[in-house]
Design a protein. Structure first.
Length: 73
């Protein structure tokens, strides 16, 4: 299923990739921040790559906070 009920446009994919890369770089430089982010929630994360999971978490947050997602018609 698609979060926005459509495939992303090429420029949107580019933005998502850039966002992921920026977040991944940040979390690789600050692995404690990555571990703190993925520790939030009821179920502990079993990942061996908390930096990647943290970066994907931020990208998912970006998509889920889009007006288009919140106000689906």
């Amino acid at each position: 299923a698609h979060a926005l009920a459509r495939l992303p446009a090429e420029d949107e994919l580019t933005l998502l990739r850039e966002s992921f890369d920026e977040h991944l770089s940040h979390f690789q430089e600050d692995p404690d921040a990555a571990r703190a982010l993925v520790a939030i929630g009821e179920t502990p994360s079993a990942t061996t790559q908390p930096e990647r999971l943290a970066a994907w978490t931020m990208v998912a947050s970006l998509v889920l906070n889009l007006d288009e997602f919140v106000t689906k018609n």
